[in-house]
Design a protein around this ligand. Structure first.
Ligand code: 4FD
Length: 245
């Protein structure tokens, strides 16, 4: 799977993605992450890529031409019409289901906005998905792009090894993960739950499932309601939740 990131700060992308598990997958060729510098496509003699907003007001607006030429150059490599994601507080909020849907694509293009935003006409012409990583404002779209690439890439077969497997993590079944413990058996007077030391795998599985349900009920009741609606919960799950009161 290939990720192209249209940005004014390409070194920010390569430096952050370079290390990490995702960077390792890029080295082995399972995925590729290609930052593309929008400024390389300016036709302005001073290499400007932004200008004052029509109608006045504070800040600068990124111009359509360099972004469009950058986009065309990427599409020449990918073939027809990959999805183009624009990270914006105005988008629908990114979640695990969105990550799963995007992980099925061969190529994805991310457009990172800055300043007061991007000329609306380029958004109309090339953007297929407006996505937000949460209800807050950042200085640029680069961090949201990298958050999304990390969440998507780890779902691509071969990116994670067995020990890192995404198969069983939080959200795969709409519930939060159960608590984990490692050595020692006692830390500051706190014991590892006895069932985990029992070697009784049936009991361990049941305890973990109940911990997931309890945690989701306490911390993210919205997710528990959604899991109930989607039929992710077994009769045993529902009986356990009922037993809580
Ligand atoms: N919540 C997000 C995305 C981008 C961003 C920007 C218009 C601001 C937060 C376009 C306004 C891009 C998010 C850059 N802040 N800042 O996903």
């Amino acid at each position: 799977m290939n990720f192209y990131v249209m940005t004014l700060f390409p070194e920010m992308i390569s430096q952050v993605m370079g290390d990490s598990i995702i960077g390792r997958a890029a080295e082995t060729g399972t995925i590729s992450i290609t930052p593309v510098n929008i400024r390389d496509y300016t036709q302005d003699k001073h290499k400007h890529v932004d200008d004052y907003p029509y109608g006045g007001g504070a800040g600068m607006v990124m111009q359509a031409q360099p972004i469009y030429d950058c986009y065309r150059d990427i599409v020449e490599k990918t073939g027809p019409a990959p999805r183009v994601i624009y990270m914006t507080p105005q988008g629908r909020v990114f979640d695990q289901a969105a990550a799963q849907s995007l992980a099925g694509e061969e190529n994805l293009i991310f457009l990172c906005g800055h300043y007061e935003g991007v000329d609306e006409r380029i958004l109309e012409e090339i953007v297929t998905d407006n996505i937000s990583i949460g209800d807050y404002v950042l200085t640029g779209g680069e961090l949201p792009a990298m958050v999304m690439i990390d969440a998507i890439a780890r779902l691509v077969p071969g990116v994670l090894n067995n020990r890192e497997s995404a198969e069983y993590d939080s959200f795969q079944d709409g519930l939060l993960e159960y608590p984990q413990y490692t050595r020692p058996e006692e830390f500051h007077g706190r014991m590892v739950p006895e069932v985990l030391l029992s070697g009784h795998h049936q009991h361990i599985d049941t305890w973990r499932r109940q911990q997931s349900l309890l945690r989701t009920k306490e911390r993210r009741p919205d997710l528990l309601a959604a899991a109930e609606q989607s039929g992710y919960l077994s009769p045993a799950d529902l009986a356990y939740l009922e037993s809580l009161q």
